[in-house]
Design a protein around this ligand. Structure first.
Ligand code: C2E
Ligand code: CA
Ligand code: CA
Length: 393
């Protein structure tokens, strides 16, 4: 299933590291058991036993001091080594607050390790629930480390796929374009939806690579996909995350990808949310203007879920407004939603933007939007996201 190259397989009694070795790596136990031993006057004493899903040797991630214990496999054990240089590399790309937080956690762990070991037994009820809590937190952290590891490998193994969902003219149902939506075919967990892994890709900086993969794949698929459209100016929409936008060479990278695939720039639409505009207004203006100069068009995604008004966003070169499905679905039941949607459409038109209503599931909702002058619709009514071979009939 996984490449042995990334894993370390140990047989029974094999030593992972010895007391006094220099540490440059932490380990996650994928299967098997590890015993941690300390040297005492009376010989080696077992300090603890750790099993599948647990992390050990974390201190090596903050310094390269000698190990203070020995770790040995108790049976055939498979480990995922987490190299210090990889963590440093990822941390370098991550948010400074996260970086600081991780260092604090690791420092605390180190000072705890330095103190006398807790008595093995008996433990009080409070001790037990405290340990349980600690293990729960630890479980989540180790899951995430494992998932990060898997994302890197998944890119190399081609486990990601783009699904395409049609975006249609509201008046005649003709397909005007498609939105590309990423899926991960995980070898163990099956299909993982984007919301379950993109946040981690963002936090670890892997979103840069993943984002370029998405753009590359969408441009590669476009000649086939385009045949399914029926309008004069068709497009494929690709989502860009805020952290991608502040990456160093996004504009050059997109330009290279378009050239490589002979992608007509006007047919590549880039979707972004207001986050980047709110967090880095000036940088966003520079990058977005450069993207538009390349010939691409921009769509503002999930409109209505943030705090910015359209008046505030009008100075950015946005061609399309996508109204979030949270407002579209209840449009016929909630006066407030109806008002928000109708005034957004009016305002968008007055600013020269086209409007896409997201999450249209019924004919009645479509008809109401048509009455309001909305140009495009996306949602189950027109089609669910599907693999390229499903989208290409
Ligand atoms: P989004 O950009 O708002 O994409 C639309 C989401 O709404 C998709 O979820 C789509 O499957 C879902 N949807 C569309 N029509 C309907 C409908 O009629 N009813 C309902 N209930 N849902 C509908 P999905 O594919 O799970 O994507 C979730 C989010 O993940 C996307 O929201 C987008 O923010 C993000 N995402 C997906 N692919 C990418 C990607 O390649 N890069 C980045 N940066 N983000 C992505
Ligand atoms: Ca989107
Ligand atoms: Ca959206």
């Amino acid at each position: 299933m996984f490449d042995e190259f990334d894993r370390q397989v140990l047989s029974k009694d094999e030593v992972v590291f010895r007391n006094g070795d220099t540490g440059d790596c932490a380990y996650l136990i994928e299967s098997g058991r590890i015993e941690i031993l300390v040297d005492t006057a009376a010989g080696e004493l077992r300090l603890g036993l750790i099993e599948k899903g647990e992390l050990f040797g974390e201190v090596a991630l903050i310094d390269q001091h000698p190990r203070t214990a020995t770790a040995r496999a108790m049976e055939r054990t498979v480990l995922i080594p987490i190299q210090r240089r990889i963590v440093e590399n990822l941390l370098g790309k991550s948010d400074p607050i996260l970086r600081h937080l991780l260092l604090v956690v690791l420092e605390r762990f180190r000072s705890k390790q330095g103190s006398a070991p807790e008595p093995a037994l008996p433990i009080s009820h409070e001790d037990f629930s405290r340990l349980q809590q600690r293990n729960a937190v630890k479980g989540e952290a180790t899951d995430n480390i494992s998932l990060t590891h898997d994302i890197t490998r998944a890119l190399a193994r081609n486990e990601f796929e783009l699904y395409y969902q049609p975006i249609c003219n509201l008046d005649d149902d003709k397909v005007a374009g498609f939105e590309a939506l990423i899926r991960w075919h995980h070898p163990v967990h099956g299909v993982i939806p984007p919301m379950d892994f993109l946040w981690l890709a963002e936090q670890t900086g892997l979103i840069q690579e993943l984002g370029l993969w998405t753009l590359e794949r969408a441009c590669r698929d476009w000649p086939q996909l385009k045949k399914q459209t029926a309008v004069a100016a068709p497009f494929v929409s690709v989502n860009l995350s805020a952290s991608q936008l502040i990456g160093v060479s996004l504009v050059e990278d997109i330009s290279d990808i378009m050239l490589r695939h002979a992608m007509p720039p006007a047919e590549l639409k880039l979707e972004l949310t207001e986050t980047v505009v709110v967090e880095r207004p000036e940088l966003a203006m520079t990058i977005l203007s450069r993207l538009v100069k390349l010939g691409s068009t921009l769509a503002l995604d999930d409109y209505g879920t943030g705090y910015s008004s359209l008046e505030h966003l009008q100075r950015y070169p946005i061609a399309t407004l996508k109204i979030d499905r949270g407002f579209i679905a209840p449009i016929l039941d909630s006066v407030q939603s109806f008002e928000i949607v109708s005034s957004s459409i009016r305002l968008a038109h007055s600013l020269g933007m086209k409007v896409v209503a997201e999450g249209i599931e019924t004919e009645t909702v479509r008809n109401a939007l048509l009455q309001l002058g909305c140009e495009y619709g996306q949602g189950w009514l027109f089609g669910k996201p599907g693999a390229l071979k499903e989208a290409v009939l």
